[in-house]
Design a protein around this ligand. Structure first.
Ligand code: GUN
Ligand code: ZN
Length: 440
C-alpha cells in the first residue's frame, strides 16, 4: 500500500453513503479536528487528529489549516462547456435563441487550437480556484478543442471527462460534422485519451435537435465499442426544446426515448437538466442507470425552469443526480453558489434542500452519478487525494454570521448560501497542492 508523504489537518466533512436513500444523520461524517494523510496520489489515513498523528512516519509534515477551515473531498461538476468561458453572462434570450445568438458564434473560434489552449488554461484554473477537481466537459465540434482541454488537464493531473461535440444539423454549416466524420474523430480521440492517466472520454452528441437519428445511432454504436466511456448530452431543459424534439422525432414516445432508442441510456450516461422529464422518463433513467446533471444557475439564467431533485431521487426509483455549473449558460464556477441556487430550485418545488443533502450532491453524489464514487468524492483510505480546504470565514459578513452558527449543518448552510470562490483556501489534486488563495 502507498506510504504517506504529506498530510493536512483541520475539521473534515465527508459522506459514507447517500442521504437521499437514508438520512443525513446516517451518512454524513464530521470530525472537528482530523488528519488526512496521502501519498502516491491516494489517501492513506483519515481520522481524529490525535489518533492519526501517532500512526504517521515522523518524516510526514502535517499542515494544520486550523479550526476555521473545512476539509472536504474536491467538488465535482457533471456538466460544463469549457468553450463558453469567454461568453459567460451573455444577456437575454432563452435556450434556442441563446444558442444561435451567442453560443455558436463563440464555438466557431475553437477551430484554432491555440485559442482553445488559451481558454482551457483559464477554464481549468477557474475550476481549481473553486475547488472543482473533476468535471464532465463539453468541448466543441473541433477535435483540437478536446486535445487542448485534455493536454492542460493532464498537466494538472486532474480526473476529467470530456468529448468532442457531435452535431450534424440545425447549426451553422461550419460547425457541423457528419455522422461518419463525427464517429471517426470521436474514435480517434478515445484511442488517444480515454483512460490515459486520469482522463476519461465522453461521447458527446450535443442534443437531439442537432443530431440526426443516424448520428445518435452511430454514437450508440461507438459506445458499444468502448463501453466504459461516458456519454453526455442535454434533455428536457426548455419547453420549446421539448416541443421541437417532438416535431423532429414524431415516432418516439418522448424526448428521452429518442436517446433510449439509440441505446444512449445506460450507466455513465450524463443528461444535462432533465427538468421537464415525465414520471415514465424518470423511471427509464432509473432502470437504465442514467444520471441527471442538475444545473440550477443555468436553469434560472435561461428561464428554463427548476428541477425537483427530491422527486428525481425518490427512493422508490432513485435517479442518480449530480450537480453541474453548465457554464456559460450557468453563471458561476462556484459550486457553493450553485448549491445556493439548487436550494432555491428546491424551494420552488415546495421542498427545502438541507446542507447535508447539498454537500453530498456536490461531492460523493456527483461521483456516484458519474460511477467514480469508488475513486473520488469522499475521504477515506484508498480514495484519490483530491481535496479542497474551505475557509469558513471568507468574508467579513460570513465571519460575523458564523459566530451565531451553532451546528455544522447551520455552518454549511451559511457557506452554500453566502460563499463563493473566496471560500476556497486550497485545492489538492492527487495529493498535490495545485491552488492556494494568494492572501492566505
Ligand atoms: N442545449 C444544447 N446545447 C446547449 C448548451 O450549450 N447549453 C445549454 N444550457 N443547453 C444546451
Ligand atoms: Zn449544457
Amino acid at each position: 500500500p502507498p506510504v504517506p508523504d504529506s498530510a493536512i489537518r483541520g475539521p473534515v466533512l465527508t459522506f459514507t453513503g447517500d442521504p437521499f436513500a437514508s438520512s443525513v444523520e446516517e451518512t454524513m461524517r464530521y470530525e472537528s479536528d482530523a488528519i488526512v494523510a496521502f501519498g502516491d496520489g491516494v489517501i492513506t489515513h483519515f481520522g481524529p487528529a490525535e489518533q492519526i498523528q501517532s500512526q504517521l512516519p515522523e518524516t510526514v509534515n502535517v499542515r494544520n489549516f486550523g479550526a476555521d477551515a473545512l476539509i472536504t473531498a474536491g467538488f465535482l461538476d457533471s456538466h460544463v462547456h469549457f468553450p463558453q468561458t469567454p461568453m459567460i453572462a451573455a444577456f437575454g434570450e432563452q435556450l434556442l435563441d441563446w444558442l444561435n445568438r451567442y453560443t455558436f458564434p463563440t464555438e466557431r473560434k475553437y477551430a484554432d487550437k491555440a485559442f482553445a489552449a488559451s481558454v482551457a488554461k483559464v477554464f481549468l484554473n477557474e475550476c481549481l480556484k473553486n475547488g472543482i477537481t473533476t468535471s464532465c466537459v463539453y468541448c466543441t465540434v473541433f477535435p483540437q478543442s478536446v486535445d487542448a482541454l485534455f493536454e492542460e488537464a493532464e498537466r494538472l493531473g486532474m480526473r476529467m471527462a470530456a468529448g468532442k461535440v457531435l452535431m450534424n444539423r440545425n447549426a451553422p454549416h461550419d460547425l457541423l460534422d457528419t455522422t461518419q466524420s463525427g464517429y471517426d474523430d470521436s474514435k480517434a480521440l478515445i484511442n488517444k485519451w480515454h483512460n490515459r492517466g486520469r482522463l476519461m472520454y465522453a461521447i458527446t452528441p450535443r442534443f437531439a435537435p442537432t443530431s440526426t437519428a443516424d448520428q445518435l445511432d452511430s454514437a450508440g454504436a461507438l459506445w458499444d465499442e468502448f463501453p466504459d466511456c461516458y456519454m453526455q448530452t442535454h434533455v428536457s431543459e426548455n419547453m420549446d426544446e421539448v416541443a421541437w424534439v417532438k416535431e423532429l422525432f414524431p415516432d418516439r414516445k418522448g424526448y428521452l426515448d429518442v436517446y433510449d432508442h439509440s441505446k444512449l441510456c445506460r450507466p455513465r450516461a450524463v443528461f444535462g437538466h432533465g427538468i421537464h422529464l415525465t414520471e415514465d422518463e424518470l423511471s427509464c433513467m432509473h432502470h437504465t442507470g442514467s444520471a441527471i446533471s442538475h444545473c440550477p444557475t443555468s436553469n434560472f439564467f435561461l428561464g428554463s425552469g427548476y428541477l425537483d431533485v427530491y422527486r428525481a431521487k425518490d427512493p422508490k426509483r432513485p435517479v442518480r443526480v449530480g450537480i453541474g455549473t453548465d457554464l456559460g449558460a450557468g453563471t458561476s464556477f462556484s459550486i457553493l453558489a450553485t448549491l445556493n441556487e439548487a436550494y432555491k430550485a428546491a424551494q420552488l418545488n415546495g421542498k427545502a434542500l438541507t446542507a447535508g443533502h447539498a454537500f453530498y450532491v456536490a461531492t460523493r453524489g456527483t461521483a456516484h452519478a458519474m460511477y467514480i464514487d469508488d475513486k473520488v468524492g469522499s475521504i477515506a483510505p484508498g480514495m484519490e487525494a483530491d481535496l479542497v480546504v474551505l475557509n469558513m470565514k471568507s468574508t467579513p459578513l460570513i465571519d460575523y454570521r458564523m459566530q451565531f452558527a451553532d451546528s455544522i449543518h447551520e455552518a454549511l448552510f451559511v457557506q452554500m448560501t453566502l460563499g463563493d470562490d473566496r471560500a476556497i483556501q486550497a485545492t489538492y489534486i492527487a495529493g498535490k497542492l495545485q491552488y492556494q488563495q494568494a492572501s492566505i
